[in-house]
Design a protein around this ligand. Structure first.
Ligand code: KIV
Length: 258
């Protein structure tokens, strides 16, 4: 049965961990779905892993829609979500509704994700939710603010931790259906997870979240550079290099085609 947003809340109550990964194309999405991934996020990290940019900032709404539609064509069970890319929702509520609406209408995803908290994103989440657009929040390290914050861990001081906790509660109150917690101390993630009624999905936020997400290129060992909290479960770069070298060798030796 296809995973729904309501199912995620039920899983939180049942203490059933949620498995989330990113995808950027049809074939990868098909494999992740068949392997039992619960949430497939068309993350704007595709700007880096699929398009070769050095940050997530350059990816456009049209590019996100193009990739999200391809991912949706490959998925039967998982809940597919899509990031709103940089400056396609921060200018005004109507810009956010227009961009999120396009994503929902043109791709088949079930919801969108926005980065940030006080004060604007809380209002934006409330308005998107009021329009019937399921919205996930993303707080802690927010890569779209890289020019301001860098990639360092957030929430290390009491002041910062209190602000992030307050943002989590405000986003949940505003109607966010889930929260992505990136690169914050695990105690803070545990407190947020205990205090909000919606599921938390962590990346670099410790084991106490309701689920975990990884950028799939990191999990597969395809990334050229990955954050310290990521884990590779296979070295696909090495496996692909080996296969390509063997293919080249067989061509040179007239063994392929056999
Ligand atoms: O864009 C992305 O891949 C993300 C990760 C933090 C999962 O948002």
């Amino acid at each position: 049965m296809a995973v729904t947003i309501q199912q995620l809340s039920k899983w939180k109550k049942e203490n059933r961990s949620i498995v989330a990964l990113t995808a950027w194309d049809y074939s990868l999405a098909h494999v992740l779905d068949e392997a039992g991934t619960d949430i497939i996020l068309v993350g704007d990290s595709l700007a880096m892993v699929a398009l070769g940019h050095s940050t997530t900032l350059p990816v456009t709404l049209d590019q996100m829609i193009y990739h999200a539609a391809a991912v949706c064509r490959g998925v039967k069970r998982a809940l597919v979500l899509c990031d709103l890319p940089f400056l396609t929702y921060q200018e005004s509520i109507s810009q956010a509704i227009h961009s999120a609406g396009r994503i929902l209408k043109e791709t088949g995803v079930s919801g969108v994700k926005v980065e940030g908290g006080y004060p604007r994103m809380v209002e934006t989440v409330a308005e998107l939710t009021a329009m019937g657009i399921p919205t996930m929040g993303h707080i802690g390290l927010t890569p779209q603010s890289v020019r301001l914050l860098g990639y360092k861990q957030q929430g290390k001081t009491v002041y910062e931790a209190n602000r992030i906790l307050a943002e989590a509660i405000a986003l949940a109150d505003a109607g966010a259906f889930a929260l992505l917690l990136e690169h914050i101390p695990q105690d803070l993630a545990a407190t947020i997870t205990a205090k909000v009624p919606i599921p938390t999905i962590g990346i670099g936020a410790g084991v106490h979240c309701n689920g975990q997400v990884l950028v799939t290129a990191d999990l597969l060992g395809l990334s050229l550079k990955q954050p310290p909290f990521a884990k590779s479960y296979v070295n696909l770069r090495e496996i692909i290099t080996h296969a390509v070298t063997e293919f080249a060798q067989e061509i040179k030796e007239n063994k392929f085609p056999g």
